[in-house]
Design a protein around this ligand. Structure first.
Ligand code: WTA
Length: 650
């Protein structure tokens, strides 16, 4: 992390939006930002109520915000439907034939869905779900690749008041099983297989393996995507296309009128300890927040074509491929496959083909594509682009500058958006027509957000002093709780300082700009994906040859961070490269390829305190190749440190 900060400090240039961009944007300059920001934090309830009036309510709220013993409630007394706001409201505003999704498959013809068409497809599936017994408040698990059926399934749930829990299709069966067991879903929607790099991944086989231990699921809907051979369990498994095309399934389904604080979705994410936690978002606050953040941060206009490369299996896809853009009536490009298939210019080809005007991706993708050479974007016509964005991890200035020059042709502002699964939407970000940009900084808080950096003792850090990033006030898009675990919600996010603890470290510079430095906990951001070290460790330990494992991040040129695993083998097991490979595959099969350690070091002993706690801080230094271990005299056996450092893999 130290290297990263050093490299940021070397880039001192500031980049301003063009006059033309500013003139046409919603927030045109910093004076306007400051004035509205001040208003928004002086009277947040009036501010958010004003914004909430832009979406449609079946019944208006009674009270904007209530703190119920540390659990925040927004717009209580209000009734609405998120799906109605994303589809019917847009259709009724005369945009029935406007394109909602342009779906670009990895191979083959792209397909478009107008708002009218999407509404019909969503209604048909909603009717199918109702026929299958899904009711308001039930949980539906969705394990689908980036195909149109994924947002259709989410919106169908939202329409009838079912709670969706999407599991990233890159996760394997164990990860799916854990999530289903925790959410207690009754129905699963999946596909036969998914495509990536022209290969077929057997989603349905993974699902079958998971379902052996998931008794709550009694029905499975299967999308035919890859055409691979699968087993359909009689009475349990049904083909999507047969169900929605059945006679008697109507094209319209009345949207449920849902209370503002009823659950909309659960999305699992990694934390410090144990299994992933189900982050719960509710109807109204979430929708209001993603609606407005999307509108102002992406400066969305009616003729924009917006391309976000995230997977809907993560929060970025939920908020900024589904709910935020649809609620704004935007046209969204959704891409199924790999950024390098068939060649490393695939994103740029998609931009060119569909004349995308806004492009939103992760720094990892930028670094990986920059490495392929300038000729790839150079061959494509990217002149349609007017705005770029990044999300998910800090962006190093080199990658920022490449993105700015090669993709944005030095004219597109870049919004470096900081946020989390828990925050629902973006909290710290530039506003593209207003904010002067410093490469590597997510700049300033969004309206209504009071962000701060604190020391260990809770006092405010000085200018440029690193500390805990916290949010001092509630906002509508914030998580409401951890599914089935309110204590974990309180403990993880509010215990330390009494205000929302993000888990990130940051500093604020002399201009009030936020610089995100990294995680304070045991979350590793591998290629922007959030992985818990505890999950990888328990997967390693589940291998028959492993006695103990400790997992830490190390800096990686492309992925930002990668996983370094220290593994203690059981007595008598031979240490060799074949076993290392086997362990990597083991993790890939259990959690998913994204959680695979890049480096494995066999160790006879791990650095532990006298009470037996593994000192990850020391292991992290070793993995980074640093000799700055801090105090090691508290260790039960200080000599292990030197031995581990000597045998470092790198
Ligand atoms: C990191 C992703 C630096 C951060 C939307 C956060 C970032 C975690 C940025 C949440 C950014 C996200 N700059 N770091 N612009 N955006 N992060 O839940 O560590 O997958 O806590 O949500 O990603 O990851 P999550």
């Amino acid at each position: 992390m130290a290297d990263y900060i050093d490299s940021i400090l070397k880039e001192n240039r500031v980049f301003y939006p063009s006059d033309e961009f500013s003139r046409k944007s919603y927030i045109k300059n910093m004076a306007q930002y400051s004035k509205l920001y001040k208003k928004s934090i002086e009277n947040p309830e009036a501010f958010w109520a004003g914004i909430a009036s832009h979406i449609e309510w079946f019944k208006k709220w009674d009270i904007v915000l209530r703190n119920d013993m540390g659990f925040f409630k927004w717009f209580e007394g209000g009734y609405l439907n998120a799906c109605y706001n994303c589809l019917d409201r847009i259709v009724k505003s005369g945009r029935k034939d406007k394109i909602a999704y342009i779906w670009e498959p990895e191979k083959g013809e792209s397909k478009t869905y107008t708002y009218g068409h999407l509404l019909k497809e969503v209604c048909r599936l909603a009717n199918v779900l109702k026929n299958m017994g899904v009711q308001r408040g039930h949980v539906v698990e969705i394990y689908l690749p980036m195909i149109p059926e994924l947002p259709i399934a989410m919106l169908a749930c939202a329409r009838i008041g079912a709670i969706h829990s999407v599991v990233f299709a890159g996760f394997s069966s164990d990860a799916l099983k854990d999530r289903i067991q925790d959410s207690k879903a009754e129905l699963l929607i999946t596909a036969d297989g998914s495509f990536r790099n022209d290969k077929v991944y057997p989603l349905k086989d993974n699902a079958d393996a998971a379902l052996k231990d998931c008794p709550t699921i009694n029905k499975v809907i299967v999308v035919k995507r890859a055409g691979n051979k699968i087993r359909m369990a009689g009475g349990r498994d049904f083909w999507w296309h047969e169900l929605v095309n059945e006679k008697g399934i109507a094209d319209f389904c009345e949207p449920e009128s849902l209370h503002a604080e009823e659950s909309l979705f659960i999305l699992y994410t990694s934390g410090t300890t144990g299994k992933p936690k189900g982050i719960l978002h509710t109807q109204a606050g979430y929708l209001v927040f993603v609606y407005q953040t999307f509108k102002w941060i992406f400066d969305i206009k009616d003729n924009d074509i917006y391309f976000c490369t995230a997977d809907i299996g993560w929060i970025t896809g939920h908020s900024y491929i589904v709910y935020g853009p649809l609620a704004n009536g935007a046209t969204i490009i959704m891409y199924e496959g790999s950024p390098t298939f068939p060649e490393p210019d695939r994103f740029w080809r998609i931009v060119e083909k569909h004349k995308a005007t806004i492009f939103y991706t992760a720094p990892t993708a930028i670094r990986a594509l920059a490495k392929e050479g300038d000729e790839w974007p150079g061959k494509c016509n990217l002149s349609s682009l007017r705005l770029l964005g990044t999300v998910g991890e800090p962006i190093n200035p080199e990658a920022w500058l490449w993105y700015h020059r090669l993709i944005g042709k030095s004219k597109c502002p870049i919004v470096d958006t900081w946020w989390q699964t828990e925050t629902g939407g973006v909290l710290i970000t530039p506003l593209p027509g207003a904010t002067p940009l410093k490469p590597g900084s997510a700049t300033k808080p969004f309206f209504g957000i009071v962000a701060d950096v604190l020391r260990e003792d809770g006092s405010k850090a000085n200018v440029n002093e690193g500390g805990y990033l916290v949010i001092r006030n509630p906002w509508p898009g914030m998580l409401r709780t951890v599914w089935n675990n309110p204590d974990r919600y309180r403990h993880t996010y509010f215990e330390k300082f009494g205000v929302y603890l993000t888990g990130d470290t940051a500093k604020i510079d002399e201009d009030g700009y936020f610089w995100i430095m990294g995680r304070v906990d045991d979350v590793i951001k591998v290629a922007g994906h959030r992985i818990g070290s505890a999950e990888v460790e328990s997967s390693l330990v589940s291998h028959k040859d492993v006695a103990e494992a400790a997992v830490v991040p190390f800096p990686h040129d492309i992925k930002g961070q990668a996983i370094y695993a220290f593994v203690v083998l059981k007595k008598g097991v031979k240490k060799n490269d074949a076993l290392k490979e086997e362990l990597k595959q083991h993790v890939a099969q259990h959690i998913g390829p994204i959680a695979k350690p890049d480096r494995i070091q066999f160790a006879d002993d791990l650095p532990k305190t006298r009470s037996g706690k593994i000192m990850r801080r020391i292991l992290k230094s070793i993995a980074e190749g640093s000799t700055d271990y801090g105090n090691i005299m508290t260790l039960a056996e200080p000599s292990v440190v030197e031995i581990l450092a000597k045998n470092r893999v790198g």
